[in-house]
Design a protein around this ligand. Structure first.
Ligand code: 6PG
Length: 254
C-alpha cells in the first residue's frame, strides 16, 4: 500500500511540513468549494503543530473558510486538561479567534454518550450533505491522526467493536484501552474513508516499534487500527527521525 512518508529531523520540522501540506490543501479547497473541513486529533503530539499553525500560518490559510472538527473526544468538560477541545482551544482556536460556528466540538456527554455520539454524527452528515444511509461518500478535506503506542488511532482501539462499523460515522467508546481511561467518542473507519486526505503525525522514539508494525504488518497478525485507515485520496505519514523505523526506507525529508 502506498503510504508516502515525510520524515523530519525533529518534531518541529515535521509539524511544520504538515502545516505546509494543510495550507496547500486549505487554499485548494477554499478555491474549489469555498470551505475547508479538517478533523484534528488530541493527545500530546499535535500541540506543536497547532501552535505553528496559529503562529506562522495566520495569513497563509484562509481561516474564515476553515471548519474544525475532531477525530475523537474524551467525555469530560471542554475546559478539562484531558479534553481534546481544550488543547485546540488553547493553542489554535483562541489565538486565531476562530468563530464558534466553525468549531464543531464533539459533545461526548458522559451522561448520554451513545445519544451524543449520534448527535455528532447527524451534525457531520448535515455538514457533508450525506443522507443517513450513506456509509461512504465525500467527507473531510483533511484529517490529521495520531497513533498510540498500541497502534490505536482516534479512539479506535485494537480489538474494539468500533473498528467494525460499516455505516456509523461516530461511535461511543465506553472502555478505552489507553489513558486517559475516560469514556470517549470517536470517528469511525467509514467516515475516514470519505476523507480526501489523511495524514498521520507521529513523533518520538517510543512510537518506532508500533510504526514498524503498522507500516510493515507481519503476515497472520491482525492489522492495527492505524493500519486499517484508508482515504478517498492519500494516507501519508509525517514522522520525525526518532519515530521512523529503520526499515521504512527513505521518505521525502524535510
Ligand atoms: C486521543 C487522540 C489519540 C492520540 C494518540 C497519540 O484522544 O488520545 O486522538 O488517538 O492521537 O493516543 O497520542 P500522543 O500524541 O499523546 O502520543
Amino acid at each position: 500500500m502506498n503510504r508516502p512518508i515525510v520524515s523530519g529531523r525533529d518534531p518541529e520540522a515535521v509539524a511544520r511540513a504538515l502545516a505546509d501540506r494543510v495550507a496547500v490543501r486549505a487554499n485548494e479547497a477554499a478555491r474549489r468549494s469555498g470551505r475547508f473541513a479538517i478533523a484534528i486529533p488530541g493527545g500530546s503530539t499535535p500541540e506543536r503543530f497547532f501552535r505553528i499553525l496559529a503562529a506562522e500560518f495566520r495569513t497563509r490559510i484562509p481561516w474564515d473558510r476553515v471548519h474544525v472538527f475532531w477525530t475523537d473526544e474524551r467525555a469530560v468538560a471542554p475546559d478539562r486538561p484531558e479534553s481534546n477541545y481544550a488543547l485546540a482551544e488553547r493553542t489554535l482556536l483562541a489565538p486565531l479567534d476562530l468563530p464558534a460556528s466553525h468549531r464543531h466540538r464533539m459533545r461526548a456527554n458522559p451522561q448520554r454518550l451513545d445519544a451524543s455520539a449520534l448527535e455528532d454524527e447527524q451534525e457531520l452528515r448535515m455538514f457533508f450533505g450525506a443522507p443517513s444511509e450513506a456509509a461512504e461518500g465525500s467527507t473531510f478535506d483533511f484529517v490529521v491522526l495520531g497513533v498510540g503506542p498500541d497502534g490505536h488511532t482516534a479512539s479506535l482501539f485494537p480489538g474494539a467493536s468500533t473498528l467494525e462499523a460499516t455505516d456509523r460515522w461516530v461511535l461511543p467508546e465506553p472502555n478505552p484501552r489507553h489513558a486517559p481511561l475516560v469514556p470517549r467518542v470517536t470517528l469511525t473507519l467509514p467516515v475516514l474513508r470519505g476523507a480526501a486526505e489523511v495524514a498521520f503525525l507521529v513523533c518520538g522514539s517510543e512510537k518506532q516499534a508500533i510504526l514498524e508494525q503498522i507500516l510493515r504488518p507481519r503476515a497472520g497478525t491482525p492489522l492495527l487500527p492505524a493500519a486499517r485507515v484508508a482515504a478517498r485520496g492519500s494516507v501519508s505519514w509525517f514522522v520525525d527521525e526518532a519515530a521512523l523505523p529503520p526499515a521504512a526506507g527513505p521518505g521525502s525529508r524535510t
